[in-house]
Write a protein that binds this ligand. Structure first.
Ligand code: NAD
Length: 227
């Protein structure tokens, strides 16, 4: 047991991201994975002895997770993507009472891409048409990716137009996102390529450490990184 480490209940522990988080947490003195759950496991009573819940599972898990964190007053870090409007509302309601980090992508590089995309969209002008292309492995359940949706929201806010998203599912691709601005006679492209799931796991562990002691609210990874 690591003394003074943040005690985490990990949901989706048997999945690709869950396994990566367990591996990285072993080498992280700030985090202890104190309990693990996957499909069919009860969150009770494991949640009682934890400080933070990390969720990398399935959008359908969120109803039970929100109920449990509200009942026990625990902080929550959500990496799962593909929530419906109703599920998103549950998260926003819970964030009125608890600190929650919700991030479609926990990588430092992608969060800098979010920042650059906002800046580029503001600077480039309305004669450029933005679009997004995202590529992921064939097992990914949601399309477009949560990251592509976040990029589209950023572009729509700056450019006030609908943003086309092309989703490609092939091979073992961990995650690639390109924002393209096509203008008269020129094209600007911003691309991020993830080479390993460890970048997301590392970001989620950083968020779990950061969220301790924060006031209630819905936070993003950009808040965690101070961008
Ligand atoms: P995965 O399919 O490999 O793993 C998901 C795990 O969750 C499985 O073990 C499954 O049995 C379990 N699960 C399903 N329903 C559950 C439930 N109701 N309660 C508890 N456990 C349940 O998927 P993955 O690649 O590990 O991705 C998991 C989620 O994380 C997806 O939504 C994915 O899009 C998202 N993701 C987010 C980021 C990020 O940076 N935010 C990065 C990668 C993946």
């Amino acid at each position: 047991m690591k003394s003074s480490a943040v005690r985490v209940l990990l949901i989706g522990a048997a999945g690709r991201m869950g396994k990566t988080i367990i591996k990285l947490a072993k080498a992280d003195p700030a985090i202890e994975i104190a309990a693990q759950c996957d499909l069919g496991d009860s969150i009770e009573p494991a949640i009682k002895s934890c400080d933070v819940v990390i969720d990398f599972s399935n959008p359908d898990a969120i109803t039970e997770i929100c109920r449990a964190v509200l009942q026990h007053g625990k902080s929550l870090v959500i990496g799962t993507t593909g929530h419906s409007q109703k599920q998103r509302q549950l998260i926003e309601d819970a964030a009125r009472s608890l600190p929650i980090v919700l991030a479609s992508n926990f990588s430092v590089g992608v969060n800098v891409l979010f920042w650059l995309t906002r800046k580029a969209a503001e600077l480039i002008g309305q004669e450029f048409n933005p679009e997004i292309i995202e590529t992921h492995h064939k097992m990914k359940k949601d399309a477009p990716s949560g990251t592509a949706k976040t990029l589209a929201e950023i572009l729509k806010t700056a450019q006030k137009k609908e943003i086309p998203i092309q989703s490609i599912r092939e091979g073992e691709v961990v995650g690639e996102h390109t924002v393209i601005f096509t203008g008269p006679g020129e094209r600007l492209e911003l691309t991020h390529r993830a080479a390993s799931r460890e970048i997301f796991a590392r970001g989620a562990l950083r968020a779990a450490d950061w969220i301790m002691g924060k006031p209630p609210g819905l936070y993003s990874m950009q808040d965690v990184l101070g961008l």
